[in-house]
Design a protein around this ligand. Sequence first.
Ligand code: BDR
Ligand code: CA
Length: 305
Amino acid sequence: RRVCLIDTDPGTDDAIALWLALASPELDLRLVTVAGGNVGLERTLPNARAILGLARSGVPVVAGADRPLLGAFTPETRVHGADGLGGVILPEGPPSAPGIAADAIRDLLRREESVTLIGIGPATNFALALATEPALADRVEEIVLMTGAWAEGNITPSAEFNAWSDPESLGVLLASGRPVTLATLELTAQALVTPARIATLRARGGGVCLDAAARIMEGVPTSRRFDHRGHPLHDPCAVAWLLAPGLFTSRPVHVHVDCGHGPSRGRTVVDRWERTGQAPNARLLETLDAEGFFALLGERLAALP
Ligand code: BDR
Ligand code: CA
């Protein structure tokens, strides 16, 4: 079992990623840290507590950054709604643990020989933890991120939302020297939630978590980019990589994140064709077996309370 922690900004797809991780025996989830992202920290923190509470998980939830390293916080309410969960109301969860995310992350890295960092929001909390005690990076087995895009963005024409929210922090992770795995928009576009897939999920039965996951999926607007056939389930792709790598193909690439202040801020420049001559600093997840992915997701969600 991999010791891991998830840094998140729930977030509709974050909720489903958290439930997938909690339901999966391959992962020993020790900590959930929260940042402002899809909506402000004042919403993402209670959302995270409620998501874990619904699964009757005792994993500690710790509050982190309410803004990026530099610049101002900007939410993304078009996809996730003003409350971050698309209007799906969950019972209030247990209180969060004391302290702040960067300290909790460093404490876990000091205690454990090998920890996998799963990042499904802006990268601020991970960057703060590693930048303030770089030697702890040796304890990081892998950093798996839902972030970036090698073609088009979603929040701007150039940039994917998580990368755009805090490109400086993403740069810290890419320069950490630890193995970084990226689930970009091109990968998550293959995990399209359609009405048929929601119906298949519901048909499994399951408990309150599966029902809430289905309601959350139903509440996310379909995307013009996909001719309104559905919407991509971004964040669970990062978790699924750790559960079933055989569902993916991947290749090593060099990635540069644009930290300029022009129209390409937050763009991940992915050297897929080895034009820069720079050594790879990441593994790009390229293809996903979508049927296998949704079957795994359904099987795992059905096992939760
Ligand atoms: C990413 O941004 C958020 O909207 C989602 O939760 C996901 O982490 C997709 O660009
Ligand atoms: Ca997210």
